[in-house]
Design a protein around this ligand. Structure first.
Ligand code: 5AD
Length: 353
């Protein structure tokens, strides 16, 4: 009996190594890796992901300074605290001038990518966003990433012309049924058309999912990773679901840390030369989240520079971590060097161009 058990575990280990060494992973392989729950096996997975990260991204960690400039949102995504029907959230909009001043602070902190994020807020017109992009580009030698939700193709064209470099638009879930049940306004196919269009006009594009949504299976998460591959994304974010008490999902448990880390690791192995962040949601899930993320394939961190008077109101989910960005960056640099890695000094453009 003992011999049989040992033989079985030997065969399973061989299987794990065989999958990890494949050039292309099938959906079955991905599901197999995401289902690992034996500690030594997941350690092997994490270590392999870290090696793939080192081979394709090196030891540089890219910091992206984020400004959450409006929490108004026309969308009503069931899981999100910014959803239009959340009447308890106090809404804010940051003026164009203050956005530009904040961007200059990010640049002075030595960060070379500025992420402009908001809910879907048409109050900021095409021209407003263009003005912000142009002013930041005139004052700071940085890359600009937009994360404004779904806007018109004409707007994307103009903002690209104005100098924006990247656009983040997560597909959230590749499962059509789940997507439709969570989004009353948006359609998955339309979302994907937007991502494809952004890519076609030269934006470095980012997509990704939320892990731990109700009814989501391991197979769905495998599809999320494969969808990022099909979309040829430059940046891919896999973040754990965290309930917001101000949404219908208030009683849904948060994603499991181990599943989140396995997803990041498998995504690194499958997608290879993409930027993967250790998300703020991951840090919210676990105090060690940032470090763990960087150990299983992540190579990006996004310090939050939203001015103090607004940042508590950008409540996508509960207990979102807030901090003083300058201290945070200092502490982050110490963590990064203690891990034998370094903070990149360049803009950290796509690894595919
Ligand atoms: N938990 C985790 N991530 C969430 N997002 C929205 N709500 C939640 C939540 N409850 C993510 C979505 C969105 C990004 C801005 O925040 O993926 O694209």
């Amino acid at each position: 009996m003992k011999i049989e058990l040992e033989t079985k575990s030997y065969t399973e280990k061989a299987n794990l190594y065989q999958i990890l060494n494949k050039e292309e992973l099938s959906k079955n392989d991905i599901v197999y890796l995401l289902s690992l729950n034996d500690k030594p096996d997941t350690e092997i997975l994490f270590q392999h992901a870290d090696e793939v990260r080192k081979k394709f991204c090196g030891d540089d960690i890219h910091l992206r300074g984020i400004i959450e400039f409006s929490n108004f949102c026309e969308a009503d995504c069931v899981y999100c605290g910014l959803r239009k029907s959340n009447a308890t959230l106090e809404r804010y909009r940051i003026s164009i001038d203050e956005i530009i001043t904040t961007a200059k602070k990010i640049y002075s902190a030595g960060i070379r990518t500025i992420v402009l994020q908001s809910g879907e807020d048409p109050h900021y017109t095409k021209d407003d966003i263009t003005k912000i992009i142009e002013a930041i580009k005139q004052n700071c030698d940085v890359a600009i990433t937009l994360s404004l939700g779904e806007r018109t193709f004409e707007e994307y064209d103009e903002w690209k012309q104005a100098g924006a470099d990247r656009y983040l638009l997560k597909h959230e879930t590749a499962n059509l049924k789940i997507y439709s049940s969570l989004h009353s306004k948006q359609k998955l196919e339309e979302r994907l058309n937007h991502i494809r269009y952004l890519k076609s006009i030269g934006f470095q594009t980012g997509s990704g999912n939320i892990i731990g949504l109700p009814k989501q299976t391991i197979e769905d998460i495998a599809d999320d990773i494969l969808l990022c591959k099909e979309l040829d994304c430059d940046m891919c974010s896999f973040s754990p679901f965290i309930p917001s008490p101000e949404t219908p999902f208030r009683d849904i448990p948060p994603a499991e840390l181990s599943l989140t880390l396995k997803t990041m690791a498998v995504a690194r192995i499958v997608l290879k030369n993409v930027h993967i962040p250790a998300t703020t949601a991951l840090s919210t899930l676990s105090p060690e989240g940032r470090k763990l993320g960087l150990q299983v394939g992540a190579n990006v961190i996004m310090p939050n520079f939203t001015p103090d008077e607004y940042k508590d109101k950008y409540r996508i989910y509960a207990n979102k971590k807030t901090y003083d960005p300058i201290n945070y960056v200092k502490e982050l640099k110490e963590l990064i060097s203690s891990m034998g890695r370094r903070v990149a000094e360049d803009k950290g453009h796509s690894l595919k161009i």
